[in-house]
Design a protein around this ligand. Sequence first.
Ligand SMILES: C[S@@+](CC[C@H](N)C(=O)[O-])C[C@H]1O[C@@H](n2cnc3c(N)ncnc32)[C@H](O)[C@@H]1O
Length: 239
Amino acid sequence: MEQVKPYNSGASKKSEVEDMFDNIAPKYDLLNHVLSMKIDVAWRNNLVKWMKKDHVKEVLDVATGTGDLAIAIQKGTDAQVVGLDLSQQMLNVGVIKIKKLKLDGKISMQKGDAEGLPFEENRFDAVSVAFGVRNFENLTKGLAELKRVVKEGKSVYILEFSKVEGFLGPFYMFYFKNILPKIGKLVSKDNRAYSYLPDSVNAFPFGEKMKQILLDTGFSNVEYKKQSLGIATIYKATK
Ligand SMILES: C[S@@+](CC[C@H](N)C(=O)[O-])C[C@H]1O[C@@H](n2cnc3c(N)ncnc32)[C@H](O)[C@@H]1O
């Protein structure tokens, strides 16, 4: 798989990704909701609806960023949630939001790396990642870690961008490659972050290919649901 990095500075993908999210953290939530016209909220809620069937008590949200999925999971399932992310600046924005919502007793946020999770095996009733796996430096290692910390018979839920197929594909791709990066650059003041987004999505596996990667990681069953004509996909991979 081609490795797409944010800045091509010569540093590792992991350190570039951490720097990029530290840079855009203050504007991340605003841009997310404007650029997706808030459909991202519906996608996270669909993941929570799916997860709710598992009657979860303790959930790990990896690449939690500013905590939107962690918050949606807590509200939707009443589970205790741990949010983990590489970027301290993203976590700082999340901590303020969580305090405002008075959810600080239910959600804890910590800095850490998905490719070396600081938790014992078989700990969580579910693990989630929204828009995170595409940024992992070593996808196979990250997915294996998600599998390691979820309980036997329980599931890892992954929400990630995919590609719109069919006649609407080129229209969406025009927006994604030409309009979105310009708005992103203007608001975030980061030259690359919002062109890295379509570049990294285009190089990332989705659908059957992603399902096969999850099966190769050792999950026993993988299902997926396309969201909004395939702009994004939710994968449920069961250990
Ligand atoms: C696009 S944001 C998604 C944030 C959040 N999940 C959401 O739905 O809005 C991707 C996040 O993944 C984090 N990330 C990337 N690689 C990571 C890794 N190896 N370990 C932990 N977090 C990582 C970044 O720091 C960033 O906050």
